[in-house]
Ligand binder design. Structure first.
Ligand code: ADP
Ligand code: F6P
Length: 319
């Protein structure tokens, strides 16, 4: 292994910069050359490759987003695109590639690792939707960002005695909603993985009102249903008007938490060390607080198991 390339792909996540920093500095410490590939696979296909030095990653550990920028690239999904990308990597004498991204980015990495180039996947996505790892980089920061918003919305919700629906990210995975909802003391948490009965939610709302509860917070994962539809259903059943706040891209930005910075630093260094050991097509993860690496395809086929116990706890605590 002589030269390592690193790129970020798909949705950005706080902590990606800490991972880039760890990769660059570990590679240099191990006497390897390291290059940054800008704009994900799109930049790779355009040859947007620049040498990285110790100072290239100075002053970034605390920054959200990704200094390498990111993109989505349809062309890489085609055989022609994959072959072209491999050719560009070979032409630039890159023998190890580290991809920081979600499951889609890992699919791309796996294809690029079929020949002589060795590849590693680091899970960088706020969704926490990769089954093989307990946590992805960016998830903890996103949960804390949502939590901060819940606290602020709770103040106004309580003062005006309102029902509030807060829509958070998560098309297929309800982890952001579940973690932030439990930590924020939400009355109801609606996620794609769990069926719910609208009548029960409304009943809880009315019971709470009877008991003198000043507010009711519902956390809704975007993949469950539209916040506007939910708002209408609540109005039809209870006659109560609710307010909707869609947090959107707020959740993807911001200063990464210590948890995400440490996870990213450990995973970045591990990816470089695995390449040096001659390993390829591995996905780095964390299980029971231990770093692990497994075959990327295996990582992608594992089915994410929703934490029903935690969900039930949130229900019990919000009676
Ligand atoms: P994420 O990595 O966050 O899941 P996407 O699913 O949008 O984000 O994937 C990011 C990029 O990974 C895509 O734009 C594409 O370039 C690449 N990718 C996704 N799926 C595949 C695939 N099946 N084959 C090759 N590349 C893929
Ligand atoms: O990064 C993951 C994610 O934030 C999803 O939760 C969300 O649905 C999606 O990306 C939206 O991203 P974009 O608008 O960039 O496609």
């Amino acid at each position: 292994m002589k030269k390592i390339g690193v790129l970020t792909s798909g949705g950005d996540a706080p902590g990606m910069n800490a991972a880039i920093r760890a990769i660059v500095r570990t590679a240099i410490y191990q006497d390897l050359k390291v290059v940054g590939i800008e704009r994900g696979y799109t930049g790779l296909l355009n040859g947007e490759i620049k040498e990285m030095h110790i100072s290239s990653v100075g002053d970034i550990i605390h920054r959200g987003g990704t200094i390498l920028k990111t993109s989505r690239c349809e062309k890489l999904k085609t055989d022609a695109g994959t072959n072209e990308a491999i050719h560009i990597l070979e032409k630039n004498e890159i023998d190890g590639l580290i991809v920081i991204g979600g499951d889609g980015s890992f699919q791309g990495a796996n294809k690029l690792g079929r020949g002589n180039i060795k590849v590693m996947g680091i899970p960088g996505t706020i969704d926490n939707d990769l089954a093989y790892t307990d946590y992805t980089i960016g998830f903890d920061t996103a949960v804390n960002t949502v939590l901060d918003s819940i606290c602020k919305i709770r103040d106004t919700s309580m003062s005006h005695e309102k029902v509030t629906i807060i829509e958070v990210m998560g098309r297929c995975c309800g982890d952001i909603a579940l973690y932030a909802g439990l930590a924020g003391g939400a009355e109801s948490i609606l996620v794609p993985e769990e069926k719910y009965e609208i009548n029960k939610i409304c009943e809880k709302m009315l019971q709470g009102k009877k008991r003198g509860k000043a507010h009711n917070i519902i956390i809704l994962a975007e993949g469950r249903e539209s916040a506007e539809d939910l708002q209408k259903e609540i109005l039809n059943i209870t006659g109560i008007e609710s307010r909707v706040t869609v947090l959107g891209y707020l959740q993807r930005g911001g200063v990464p938490t210590a948890v995400d910075r440490i996870l990213a630093s450990k995973m970045g260094a591990k990816a470089v060390n695995l390449l040096i050991e001659g390993k390829s097509n591995r996905a780095i993860g964390i299980k029971d607080n231990q770093l692990v690496d497994i075959d990327i395809m295996e990582a992608l086929t594992e089915r994410k198991i929703f934490d029903h116990e935690m969900y039930n706890l949130s229900q019990t605590l919000s009676i």
